[in-house]
Design a protein. Structure first.
Length: 103
């Protein structure tokens, strides 16, 4: 698949959008870390916020207090959630099981 040709203006717009998405995702992770929002609230935002839906489950779990890379990986394995899964791609059962385990 060939990379589409883009004008300088289109490239700048794409870079600005990517930066905005990264800022929103970083803000969500920081809010999780400080306890301003819960995992349930973040999962609820996946329907109306595309930036949140594109976040990896593992990154969100690691942002939670007392949840490091090993603990989050083991939890995801136990719940049968793929390492590459994003929040928007979680099924209803996976969301429910994830909330039951974390809360």
């Amino acid at each position: 698949m060939a990379v589409p040709e883009r004008s300088d203006e289109q490239r700048r717009a794409a870079l600005a959008e990517a930066q905005r998405v990264r800022q929103v995702q970083a803000q969500v992770k920081q809010m999780l870390k400080t306890g301003e929002v819960t995992l349930a609230e973040v999962l609820a935002r996946t329907g109306d916020a595309d930036e949140v839906a594109r976040m990896r489950v593992s990154d969100v779990l690691r942002a939670l207090p007392r949840m490091g890379p090993v603990r989050s990986r083991r939890l995801m394995e136990r719940l049968d959630i793929a390492a590459s899964r994003r929040l928007g791609g979680l099924g209803e059962r996976q969301r429910r099981d994830l909330l039951d385990e974390v809360v």
